[in-house]
Every structure is written in structure tokens, then in C-alpha cells.
Write a protein that binds this ligand. Structure first.
Ligand code: NAD
Ligand code: LMR
Length: 370
């Protein structure tokens, strides 16, 4: 029995995300909270013949929405329009996230908290500082959702490699050598979630060689780092908004990984012969607070070696190990075989990340009241 709450459930991301979560058999109850339309969205979804109960909650009912929630996902907040950076959203979204996280601290302090709202690089520090002020902070519970960067990296890498293969082998256009849905073996993304803080890592040397040889490496990196802009620009032709559908898919993938980990924990209790290894689930990157997580200090040291000894990186997106839906360990081996170019990108990312993190931390520090 797992209750999942979505805060901001009626929005462009919130609605398709809630739909995908309604289809997830590991969820028994879906609490849909928003300042508008939550009941309508919940009633609509409740007609779907899957077993998760859907209930809509409006402003005054936030306590009811959150009570008993094992996972809270936050896509509440303002999206970008052309000419606006994610950082420009901070003013509005920091207040929204701080207030919602204060309610999480009050009504479900042990919940795993997954923040989608932008700018993720600053709003995770806002969430962490808020939880600290409320006295309920646990580093393993707080995750910034950066899965969309990985989804894009997998898509674009397959596209460039397929394009090359078609040209090199003279095959028919549209022939698929690389399956987009299986590219997770070959590419990862670390750093943060905006522009140059997003650092794609190509694990397969043959693939990075092909990208370089065909002159597509720069284009690949740029598309992953600025994929969000492509969507904002395309939507601006006839409306406005940023990525919603691809984000909903990415968000539901991430929630699914957390749910698998929550359910695995329960299995050993039922079957005595399970090993503790079975309880751990390694997942794709998420933006976390490194101090307080196992391997976190080692990763901070590695990042210092890459970026310079004066750097003080406390937050980073990287692959993690989950147990019971909580981050127990970060993957320090991710930096072992990176190229010089990837090191340079990480160095640039860290400089920007430090500013983003300070902004979030200062926002909460300067508030007298939560
Ligand atoms: P949207 O405007 O369509 O939806 C936002 C929703 O939040 C609305 O329904 C609104 O009523 C609700 N909301 C506002 N204040 C609230 C509050 N205090 N409590 C509860 N709900 C509240 O925007 P969107 O397109 O869904 O984007 C939402 C956020 O997600 C944006 O900040 C966007 O930048 C971010 N985003 C992040 C990623 C990522 O990869 N992490 C990807 C896409 C979008
Ligand atoms: C994205 O990467 O698509 C999101 O962060 C939304 C945005 O503002 O680009």
C-alpha cells in the first residue's frame, strides 16, 4: 500500500504525470493537490480502470493530501517562456516550494521528496534548508528530478548514431541500428539541471569516437544541455510552455524506480532467504545533497580534484543506490573513466552550480519565518 502525493497535479506536467502514475500498479492511492482543478483532474482519472484510488485536494486540504504519503512529487510552479532562464523562475517558485516543503515536514516528515519544479539546482537547496529548519531533514529523502536530461541524452545519442550508420552503410532512411529505449547502457548525465550544468557522459568509446569523427559531438552535447529550450521555442510558435509530456514520462520513470525500491524492501520480510543485496536498487542520476550520504565525501573530493581545491560542491546529480526508496549511497565510480573533455565540462558545471546552490540556501536563511 503506497500513497503518492502530487503537488501541482493540475498543471502541464502534473496532469500527464498523474495519468502515468494512475497506471502504476505499485501505487494504491494517488493524492492530487493543486490550487486549482485538483478535484476535476482526480475525478477524471478515477474513471480509469486501474486500482489506485484518486482523490483531489485543494488549498485548505493539503494536510489530508499529505498525511500517510510515502512519496511526494512536486511539479508545482511557473514554467519558462522564451527569453526566460530557469534561474529567472526562482523568485516565484522558491516561495511555492518552500511552503509546500514546510507542509511535507509537518504532515509526512518521512516521505521521499521528489522535486521537479525549476530551477532544480536552487530549489533542492531550498527544500533541504527548509527541512533542516523544521528539524526533519534526512539527506536520503530529498531528490531533484533530472531524469529528463538522461531521457534526452539516450534519444539524441541513438539518433546521431543511427544517422551515421544509415549514411555509412547506405541503408534505407529510417533503419534503426540503435534502439532508443536501450541506450541507458551507453550514456549517463551528471551535474545539475540547466544549461552547462548538465553534463552528458558517453560511456562507450566507439560511440564517442563516432560522434567526434562525424563532427556531431558538440551538437549532441548542446542538444542535451539545451533540449528544454527546443521545446520552449517550439511551443511559443502557437502558445506557451515548456516540456510537459516528456517530463511526465521522465518523472513517472523516476517515481517507478523509487517504488520498486520501496517494494523490494518489503520482499525480504516475506521471504527469509533473500540477501540484503536484493534490497538495493541502483537508479539513474538524481540531484542530491552529498554530505550525509554514503560515498558523498569521496565524491566531493573527486569533484574538488576536477574543479580545483577551493570548490565547495555540496549538491550534484549522479547515479545513486536506493534502499526502501531512499538514497543510501552515491556512485563514486561514475568519474573513473571520464575523458578530458568531460572533466572540463564538469569543471564548468560546478562553477555555475555553486552560485545556484548559494541562491537557494540564502533564500531560506534570510527568512525569519517558515
Ligand atoms: P504549469 O503552469 O502548467 O503547472 C503548474 C501547476 O502548479 C499549476 O497547475 C498551478 O496551479 C500549480 N501551482 C502553482 N502554485 C502552487 C502551489 N502553491 N501549490 C500547488 N500547486 C501550485 O507548469 P508546468 O509546465 O507543469 O511546469 C511546472 C514546473 O516544472 C515548472 O517550474 C517547470 O519549469 C518545471 N519543469 C521541470 C522539469 C525538470 O526536468 N525538472 C521539466 C519540465 C518542467
Ligand atoms: C526542461 O528541461 O525541459 C525543463 O527544465 C523545462 C525548461 O524550463 O526547459
Amino acid at each position: 500500500m503506497v500513497k503518492v502525493a502530487v503537488l501541482g497535479a493540475s498543471g502541464g506536467v502534473g496532469q500527464p504525470l498523474s495519468l502515468l502514475l494512475k497506471l502504476n500498479p505499485m501505487i494504491s492511492e494517488l493524492a492530487l493537490y493543486d490550487i486549482k482543478l485538483a478535484e476535476g483532474v482526480a475525478t477524471d482519472l478515477s474513471h480509469i480502470n486501474t486500482n489506485a484510488d484518486c482523490v483531489g485536494y485543494s488549498t485548505e486540504d493539503i494536510g489530508e493530501a499529505l498525511k500517510g504519503s510515502a512519496i511526494v512529487v512536486i511539479p508545482a510552479g511557473v514554467p519558462r517562456r522564451p527569453g526566460i532562464t530557469r534561474d529567472d523562475l526562482f523568485k516565484l517558485n522558491a516561495g511555492i516550494v518552500k511552503n509546500l516543503v514546510s507542509s511535507v515536514a509537518k504532515y509526512c516528515p518521512n516521505a521521499r521528496l521528489l522535486v521537479i519544479s525549476n530551477p532544480v539546482n536552487s530549489l533542492i537547496p531550498v527544500a533541504v534548508e527548509t527541512l533542516k529548519r523544521c528539524g526533519v531533514f534526512q539527506a536520503g529523502n530529498v531528490m531533484g528530478v533530472t531524469t529528463l536530461d538522461l531521457v534526452r541524452a539516450e534519444t539524441f545519442l541513438a539518433e546521431y548514431l543511427n544517422e551515421h550508420d544509415v549514411k555509412a552503410m547506405g541503408g534505407p532512411i529510417g533503419e534503426r541500428t540503435y534502439d532508443k529505449s536501450k541506450m541507458y547502457k551507453f550514456v549517463g548525465v551528471v551535474g545539475g539541471h540547466s544549461g552547462e550544468t548538465i553534463v552528458p557522459l558517453v560511456f562507450n568509446h566507439m560511440m564517442s569516437h563516432t560522434l567526434t569523427k562525424t563532427g556531431k559531438y558538440d551538437e549532441f552535447i548542446h542538444r542535451v544541455q539545451y533540449g528544454g529550450d527546443e521545446v520552449v521555442k517550439a511551443k511559443a510558435k502557437d502558445g506557451s510552455g515548456s516540456a510537459t509530456l516528456s517530463m511526465a514520462l521522465a518523472g513517472s520513470k523516476f517515481v517507478n524506480e523509487v517504488l520498486i525500491s520501496v517494494h523490494r524492501r518489503e520482499e525480504p520480510r516475506r521471504r527469509a532467504n533473500r540477501t540484503s543485496e536484493r534490497k538495493n536498487v541502483t537508479i539513474s542520476s538524481t540531484f542530491v545533497y552529498l554530505p550525509g550520504l554514503s560515498n558523498g565525501k569521496e565524491v566531493q573530493e573527486k569533484l574538488k580534484q576536477i574543479a580545483g581545491s577551493e570548490c565547495r560542491v555540496e549538491y550534484f546529480s549522479l547515479p545513486v543506490v536506493l534502499e526502501d526508496g531512499r538514497v543510501t549511497r552515491v556512485d563514486k565510480s561514475i568519474f573513473d573513466n571520464i575523458s578530458q573533455r568531460e572533466r572540463e565540462m564538469i569543471k564548468v558545471a560546478i562553477q555555475e552550480l555553486e552560485k545556484n546552490v548559494t541562491k537557494g540556501r540564502d533564500f531560506v536563511a534570510h527568512k525569519t519565518k517558515l
